[in-house]
Write a new protein. Structure first.
Lengths: 323, 320
């Protein structure tokens, strides 16, 4: 066990796998000597060299498209897209190429690749550098989507994602990068498709992921002081979703709040809510609630950006509304 | 270049096989026997033939929506291809891909592709893998004049050039992007002129002369294999029919159509073979008949293959 930041944990996951498997390589904008826009890949170039860690031109379509080609013929690329907001520049390569190759080819091809990309607001980076858009990816059959919320999960999910034989969107939150926590050393795998109860409780289930998971935990601490004992469930992987864990928790508490930083309309919270209504309706004592960002672009002015991001206060208020 | 008789006869066999396959597709489509859409390679046979003749099994190609010629030329199985067109379970993709998505990774066929221009980044990645693995293999990305306007063209040529990847960018300029003639969709006549913008050599050849294609593509493939980086090879050609079966191609000037039909690559090669006394007409007719018989056998194979089980709808979305 070692204290690491979330950023270091992501890096460690990549390092462990790149040293173990010579087919794994990392390519993206400024990932090599510069160490990545957020420093996540710092040191990998020095340790592993230019054959394994390479800078690309500003060319998202060929960054992802070439990863598809390399993966089809036996390599295991990690492609970094500097901000999830840039995924618009390579969406065909993800949803029509990476995602569909296996199915269109009748199961004879596989595309083992990871697209690593940072999401999230809170830095004043404004509308085109601050988004959360995971439901774009959860909507694509053939793609898996993971969003770690802690350093240990970040490392374990990275190793699992690299070892997975499918295209995996690995979305890391910028606000979590400096967060420190205990991380197992060496090869440590967090299986894809397995949720984690980050806090057990019996009065309400809060499902949250990425940075919102941390906010939900903080809100749960406050709620405990008011006598409300919240269970906080971190899906960790959005697709494939651990439905069993979710339904088990809702069966226990009878009340569900979903928190996500994505904008409200068509955010992944709607999908979770629909599943619980379809398969766990009898467990519910109250309608399902969502705390989300509003349906707006992310504003620049700090006071407005702050109002955009779901707050602990909003989470607390939503839970209190159940009682 | 003085090519051996065997080489030219092999070209001929391949071209008439493609021709027979595509003409059969015309017939089957008109009879309502194959579902969906087909985009036929009629008239362009010399290109896939001349290019793939210099490729080994370990080399890769990325094909297009108009991919039957590439698939056949890289060694694709006629039975499995035909069964796929019929959407049957014994098809290359178990009937789940169709004409535009046939692939055979073992033969280095990275797939036909329904997205114009999508093959170039994929082939670029395969070429990267060849360099990474140091296996001496190369990749060829086929694409059309229309695709050369897509961002994927620019990003792929730029990356492949900057990283000196073992790839050939093979443009099949048939003068049309569906109903748009070349001069209405781009402001260059020779697409090979775009190569210098990426620091790579570019060459344009008569795409209906299989020997010219073989020479230019062969040189580019050698260059790539030696580690000297990409080349843009433009082969000028013409598609005999519409963009897809069902498109009458009314946008084409009948005089252009007649002029290009007169330059059909197959009769041209036939004339040369007879002139060089490499084969008598009777021998060539026999080769054609053999090809046609192989296609008939493929149709029978396809028709005998069952439709996929409904449970196949849900399989192969993810690799385990």
């Amino acid at each position: 066990m070692k204290q690491m930041t979330y950023a270091e944990a992501i890096r460690d996951g990549m390092r462990v796998e790149m040293k173990r498997d010579s087919n794994v390589y990392l390519a993206g904008e400024d990932v090599a000597q510069f160490g990545g826009c957020f420093g996540v890949t710092a040191g990998l170039y020095d340790e592993l060299g230019p054959k394994r860690v390479m800078n690309t031109p500003i060319s998202e379509a060929v960054i992802v498209g070439s990863a598809v080609g390399a993966a089809l013929v036996g390599l295991r690329p990690i492609a970094e897209i500097m901000f999830v907001d840039f995924m618009g520049c390579c969406m065909d390569e993800l949803f029509n190429q990476a995602a569909k190759m296996r199915y269109m080819n009748g199961g004879k091809a596989k595309v083992p690749m990871v697209v690593r990309t940072p999401c999230g607001a809170g830095m004043g980076a404004a509308a085109q550098h601050s988004q959360s858009v995971e439901s774009w990816f959860t909507h694509i059959p053939g793609v898996k989507t993971v969003m770690p919320s802690t350093p240990a999960d970040a490392k374990g999910l990275m190793i699992a994602a690299i070892r997975d034989d499918n295209p995996v969107m690995y979305i890391e939150h910028k606000q979590l990068l400096p967060l420190a926590g205990d991380v197992p050393e060496g090869e440590y795998v967090v299986p894809l498709g397995k949720a984690d109860i980050k806090r057990t409780g019996s009065d309400v289930t809060i499902i949250a992921w990425s940075w919102m998971l941390q906010k939900a935990l903080a809100a749960a601490d406050e709620l405990a002081k008011k006598g409300i004992n919240a269970e906080v469930l971190d899906p960790r992987t959005l697709v494939p979703l651990d439905k069993d864990a979710i339904l088990k928790s809702v069966a226990k508490t009878g009340k569900l709040l979903i928190v996500h930083e994505e904008v409200r309309t068509s955010g992944f919270g709607g999908e979770i809510a629909a599943i619980v209504c379809e398969e766990g309706f009898d467990y519910l004592d109250a309608p399902i609630k969502r705390v989300t960002s509003p349906d707006t672009p992310i504003p620049f002015a700090p006071i407005l950006e702050s109002a955009f991001i779901p707050s602990e206060e909003k989470i607390i208020k939503a839970v209190e509304g159940f009682f | 270049m003085d090519l051996k008789k065997e080489q030219l006869l092999a070209f001929y066999k391949n071209m008439v096989t493609i021709r027979a396959f595509e003409l059969k597709a015309v017939e089957l489509f008109a009879a309502g026997q194959i579902p969906g859409f087909v985009h036929l390679y009629l008239g362009e046979e010399a290109i896939a033939t001349g290019v793939c003749a210099s490729l080994e099994k370990k080399d890769y190609i990325a094909s297009t929506h108009r991919g039957h010629g590439h698939l056949i030329s890289k060694g694709g199985d006629l039975n499995l291809m035909m069964a796929e067109l019929f959407g049957r379970t014994d098809g290359y993709c178990k009937g789940k891909g169709g004409s535009m998505h046939i692939a055979d990774i073992n033969l280095g066929i990275l797939g036909a592709n329904g997205i114009v221009g999508a093959g170039m980044p994929i082939a670029t990645g395969a070429a990267f893998a060849c360099k990474y693995k140091e296996n001496g293999a190369v990749a060829v990305a086929f694409f059309g004049d229309g695709a050369s306007d897509r961002a994927t063209f620019h990003e792929s040529l730029n990356l492949a050039s900057t990283w000196k990847l073992p790839i050939v960018f093979l443009c099949e300029n048939n003068g049309w992007a569906i109903s748009n003639s070349q001069k209405t969709h781009q402001n260059v006549t020779d697409i090979s002129d775009r190569a210098s913008g990426y620091g790579i050599p570019g060459v344009s050849v008569d795409g209906n002369d299989v020997v010219a294609v073989y020479e230019a593509a062969g040189a580019a493939i050698d260059r790539a294999r030696k580690g000297d980086g990409p080349t843009l090879v433009e082969c000028k050609t013409w598609r005999h029919r519409g963009h897809f079966e069902g498109d009458p191609g009314a946008y084409k000037d009948p005089k252009d159509q007649a002029d290009w039909l007169a330059k059909d690559p197959i009769p041209r090669l036939e004339k040369n073979l007879v002139k060089l006394k490499y084969a008598a007409q009777a021998e060539l007719d026999k080769i054609k008949a053999t090809a046609e018989a192989e296609i008939e056998a493929a149709v029978k194979y396809a028709q005998a293959s069952p439709e996929p089980d409904p449970s196949e709808l849900l399989t192969d979305v993810y690799a385990d």
